[in-house]
Design a protein around this ligand. Structure first.
Ligand code: ADP
Length: 149
């Protein structure tokens, strides 16, 4: 059984995340979208809101679940028996950042990170840009799934 964890902040989930998740569905038997809880980080949306957005978005996908976790992603993967971490890559900065984390995670745990390259039409989208638009009273509806609108 191929189980992958897609870890992230999802503050909020965007069309970029949705694209990666949908394209990963045929690759894994189960995808666990896992919201990392970091007490020192300030979020725009509460943990419950972020979970609710994602649940609503994938309500019809029986192989997708949504959870939250604290601590190291690899430790969380072990507790739920997941052998893969799923991440998206948008640009060289993502690659450099993700490379060190993925290599460290594999060293620590043997868990493989599977990267999907962003789609051309969602590559510019990030949660931080969405938050910026919302904070300044703009309309971010083109960048997020219906469940967030
Ligand atoms: P984190 O704080 O862990 O980076 P995010 O919610 O920002 O959490 O991102 C989670 C994952 O989704 C990361 O792998 C990120 O690269 C990926 N991602 C975010 N936006 C996009 C996008 N537009 N296209 C592809 N991948 C994306």
């Amino acid at each position: 059984m191929k189980k992958a964890v897609f870890p992230g902040s999802f503050d909020p989930i965007t069309l970029g995340h949705v694209d990666i998740i949908k394209r990963a569905i045929p690759l894994f038997d189960e995808i666990v979208i896992a919201i990392g809880v970091n007490a020192e980080k300030k979020y725009m949306f509460s943990l419950n809101e972020r979970v609710a957005f994602i649940k609503k978005c994938f309500a019809d996908e029986k192989n997708i679940t949504v959870t939250k976790y604290k601590g190291l992603t690899v430790d969380y993967c072990k507790t739920i028996d997941a052998d893969f971490i799923l991440r998206g890559l948008r640009n060289p900065a993502d690659f450099e950042f993700e490379k060190a984390i993925a290599q460290t995670n594999r060293k620590l745990s043997g868990i493989e990170t599977v990267f999907l390259l962003t789609s051309a039409d969602t590559s510019f989208i990030s949660s931080s840009i969405v938050r910026d638009i919302i904070r300044n009273g703009g309309d971010a509806s083109e960048l997020v799934p219906k469940c967030v609108k």
